[in-house]
Write a protein that binds this ligand. Structure first.
Ligand code: ADP
Ligand code: ADP
Length: 236
């Protein structure tokens, strides 16, 4: 599992008089297998940190290291779930959830030879866990917001990622469903110990799931506290 490190990483958009600082120089370190929650007011740069780590954007200054390297290695399995699920509308939920198995090594090679439908079974088992067994063949527009978030979580987990980047993944869920998903996520975490960075507004969620909570200040955002979670947890 990759360690993740930001060393005084900052992100500035625009040029000339039109400059927006999305992230002030920020340092943050996750050891291999860490589960860190990132909390803080809207606009402080939490999502920007996730985008840096996933290499969707480049820092303006400083350093971002994933697994000790500057750009996340291709062989690294990364799972991502953002607040607004981005399911491909022309594919069914099953096909959407299966997508990482089609494109991410080492599953990619096996996928084409998967005549017994083992991948399909795996997708169905995960969908069943989140209560969507009967919706595998539905299209995204046929599902409610909460159901889409659950599908989204399945897609982030299906390829057993080494690094999991979650941006308010349960925001649209009712409390019951949310806590069920915490359990599923925790089981997966305990099983495979991926490195996880979770952005959330829910302090109970942060306390339940993570080992460390980093709090960011309002803009310009920086990390103002970084503490281990002391609440006794099932894994201890
Ligand atoms: P958070 O996730 O903590 O709510 P973000 O990381 O999304 O905050 O954004 C931090 C700040 O950077 C916000 O003020 C936002 O408006 C700004 N920002 C984010 N992305 C861009 C962009 N592509 N262009 C201009 N400003 C951006
Ligand atoms: P959520 O809290 O997951 O967003 P909703 O409150 O919108 O769910 O819907 C409650 C329940 O209604 C769902 O869990 C699901 O069983 C059912 N439901 C919602 N949308 C559909 C649909 N398009 N077809 C069949 N059942 C649905």
């Amino acid at each position: 599992r990759p360690a993740v490190e930001l060393q005084d990483a900052s992100v500035v958009f625009g040029s000339g008089d039109n400059i927006v600082t999305a992230l002030s120089p920020t340092s943050l370190k996750l050891e291999s297998g860490d589960f860190v929650a990132l909390v803080g007011p809207s606009g402080c740069g939490k999502s920007t940190i996730l985008r840096l780590v996933s290499n969707l954007i480049k820092q303006s200054s400083g350093l971002v290291l994933v697994g000790g390297k500057e750009a996340a290695a291709k062989e690294l399995r990364i799972g991502m779930a953002f607040q607004n699920p981005t399911m491909l509308p022309w594919l069914t939920i099953e096909q959407n959830v299966m997508m990482p198995l089609k494109i991410v090594a080492p599953f990619k090679q096996t996928y084409l030879r998967d005549r017994k439908g083992a991948f399909r079974d795996r997708v169905h088992a995960l969908l069943e866990q989140v209560g969507l067994k009967d919706f595998a063949g539905h299209y995204p527009w046929q599902l409610s917001g909460g159901m889409l978030q659950r599908s989204n979580m399945c897609r982030a987990l299906i390829h057993e990622p080494d690094l999991l980047l979650l941006d308010e993944p349960f925001g649209a869920l009712d409390q019951f469903t949310r806590e069920e998903l915490w359990q599923i996520l925790q089981d997966l975490y305990l099983d495979r110990k991926p490195t996880v960075l979770l952005v959330t507004h829910d302090l109970r969620e942060a306390g339940f799931l993570s080992r460390r909570i980093c709090v960011m200040s309002a803009r310009p955002g920086r990390i103002i506290s970084d503490e281990a979670v002391n609440i006794p947890q099932p894994r201890d």
